[in-house]
Design a protein around this ligand. Structure first.
Ligand code: CTP
Ligand code: MN
Ligand code: MN
Length: 544
């Protein structure tokens, strides 16, 4: 026996004249030029079945399944936009003549007349004709570093969904998949208008099968079930909460989850050994997950500037990261420090950190020494995300705005809340950790101290802010500036472009030309773009 579904497919492929194949077979097809398809969307299955049956009785060919033989698509309460989107998802309008997209009124009038009535404008789905002319088929270059991406995004619904998938992949240590979704999102971000139909995406780079499926779901149904259920998944939520702790990476979070730790409270109760960064991260969890405003970034900048000029007059600081790209908020504040005389920057970081510490501005800091040596590292080393500048990951204690306006009270607050005793204790724990002598009781004591101090954040005169400081010699400054301005995807794409298209290796230290076997020097970002054969993209348009 031929299954019902199969028989119907055959019937639509055979064509117009075999009336016996149509369900019911009540009457032969009277109008062979007209092949109808009723869209179930919003009409509902039972009304569709009723109307189809009615049509067939009157001698119309009403198809059960959509195929390229269909000449008229009938829908009820759908916009032209919606039906177009649906049509695209069926593989588009591929027949020799365009399909009529009609309102059910044409169908009912035709039923009444007993023949297909003339298609009038009022029968056509709204905007259908304008749409034809207005469809923008987008085109963008393949590499994000060839595109200008400002902060406005006409496709936030789509890019937010793709970002969730990217985030989930990154949190699961599947960086390759993460990058694929980030690239797809970046392509949509670069489009000048909202995407309304799948056909607009034809020929766009970086849109893989999975990303396209998610986009289609959202265009058709308003949401992607995959993304929505991911957001609700316990594992995804736990990974987000746990990696939201400064100092906790995906591997640690994953291990904790396997041990049944899903929440901050469970982590606190578990007695897990936390390192110094994680202790600070847990203690200041709420504030460190609160976006940093531009005003706060500027206030931090003033403090860093004071520190830098106090310890080395002539040294300069530059705001980098998201704030240099014009973002209004960020997860941290990034600064690049240099001195116009090569070599004068040596040893600068430890002096800056000491100054900040002595003034009570630091809640946490970890400094790593410069480990880049051109002669030793050479270009053969694969370009890595991580550069080797002298850098400091820190948590600043920033006075709240009203306090900042009165510098006198700032010092007082900084001092009286700094608690020299507690400070010493943490430093002690750190030196033990560094010598590998992890004393459980010491760390536990430290952790308990944090637990006791969960005070309401609202009444404090200061907040915790993540700050990244990097020191670069002036000879590498342009590379460091470019490398630390981001976005992360933009940087990644610059390096990919350099490697794949130009046979060059780009890092935050240097640019090496593998063909000429030499370093290409630069004193500005513009020169680096020129070496790479790219049009200069200003920071505000690097928000890929
Ligand atoms: N960066 C880096 N090496 C790291 C961390 C970051 O080179 N170990 C670079 C990134 O590539 C990015 C810049 O530093 O270009 C800023 O990184 P980050 O502060 O993480 O991101 P932002 O773009 O500033 O975003 P946010 O506003 O959330 O801070
Ligand atoms: Mn940043
Ligand atoms: Mn940063």
């Amino acid at each position: 026996m031929v299954p019902l579904k199969r028989r119907k497919v055959v019937s639509s492929a055979v064509g117009n004249n075999n009336a016996a194949d149509h369900s019911g077979g009540k009457a032969p097809t009277k109008f062979p030029q007209v092949v109808l398809f009723l869209l179930e969307r919003k009409m509902g299955a039972s009304r569709r079945a009723f109307l189809s049956q009615l049509g067939r009785k009157k001698g119309f060919q009403v198809e059960e399944l959509f195929s390229e033989n269909v000449t008229h698509v009938i829908s009820e309460n759908n916009s032209g936009e919606e039906v177009r989107t649906w049509l695209d998802s069926q593989g588009g309008d591929r027949g020799p003549t365009p399909v009529h997209l009609l309102d059910v009124s044409w169908y009912t009038e035709s039923m009444r007349a007993g023949r297909p009535v003339q298609v009038l404008d009022r029968h056509k789905l709204q905007k259908q004709q304008i749409d034809e002319a207005e469809v923008v088929v987008f085109s963008v270059p393949s590499y994000a570093c060839q595109r200008r991406a400002t902060l406005d995004n006409h496709n936030a619904i789509l890019t937010d969904a793709l970002s969730v998938l990217a985030e989930n992949a990154e949190l699961s240590d599947e960086d390759g998949r993460g990058v694929a979704f980030r690239r797809a999102a970046a392509v949509l971000k670069a489009l000048p208008k909202p995407v309304t139909r799948m056909t607009q995406l034809r020929g766009l780079p970086c849109l893989g099968e999975h990303s396209l499926r998610v986009i289609r779901d959202i265009l058709e149904n308003g949401a992607s079930t995959e993304v929505e259920s991911m957001k609700q998944s316990e594992r995804f939520k736990a990974l987000k909460v746990l990696t939201g702790i400064f100092g906790v990476g995906t591997k640690t979070a994953d291990r904790w989850i396997r041990e049944g730790i899903y929440t901050l409270q469970q982590l606190r109760d578990s007695g897990q050994t936390l390192n110094r960064a994680q202790q600070a991260g847990l203690e200041h969890y709420v504030e460190l997950n609160q976006p940093v405003t531009k005003a706060e970034a500027d206030a931090v900048g003033e403090i860093v500037e004071r520190a830098v000029v106090s310890v080395l007059p002539g040294a300069q600081i530059t705001l980098t990261g998201g704030f240099r790209r014009g973002k209004l908020t960020g997860h941290d504040v990034d600064f690049l420090i240099t001195h116009p005389e090569e070599g004068r920057e040596e040893g600068l970081m430890s002096k800056v950190v000491s100054w900040l510490e002595s003034q009570g501005f630091l809640l946490y800091q970890k400094t790593t020494r410069n480990s880049y040596l051109e002669s030793k590292d050479g270009p053969a080393r694969p370009p890595s995300n991580m550069d080797r500048f002298e850098r400091c990951f820190s948590v600043f204690k920033l006075a709240k705005e009203e306090k900042r306006k009165h510098p006198g009270t700032l010092t007082e607050n900084a001092e009286d809340t700094c608690r020299p005793g507690a400070h010493m204790q943490v430093e002690g724990a750190e030196s033990r950790l560094q010598t590998g002598e992890t004393s459980q009781s010491q760390v536990q004591t430290g952790e308990q101290r944090h637990l006791v101090e969960t005070k309401p954040a609202g009444h404090k005169p200061w907040r915790a802010v993540r700050v990244d400081l990097v020191v670069s010699p002036i000879s590498q400054f342009a590379f460091a500036l470019l490398g630390w301005t981001g976005s992360k995807l933009f940087e990644r794409e610059l390096r990919r472009w350099a490697g794949h298209e130009k046979a060059m290796s780009l890092s935050s230290h240097a640019l090496y030309d593998n063909t000429q076997s030499k370093y290409l020097r630069a004193t500005s970002e513009e020169e680096i773009f020129a070496h790479l054969g790219l049009e200069f993209i200003p920071p505000s348009e690097r928000n890929a």
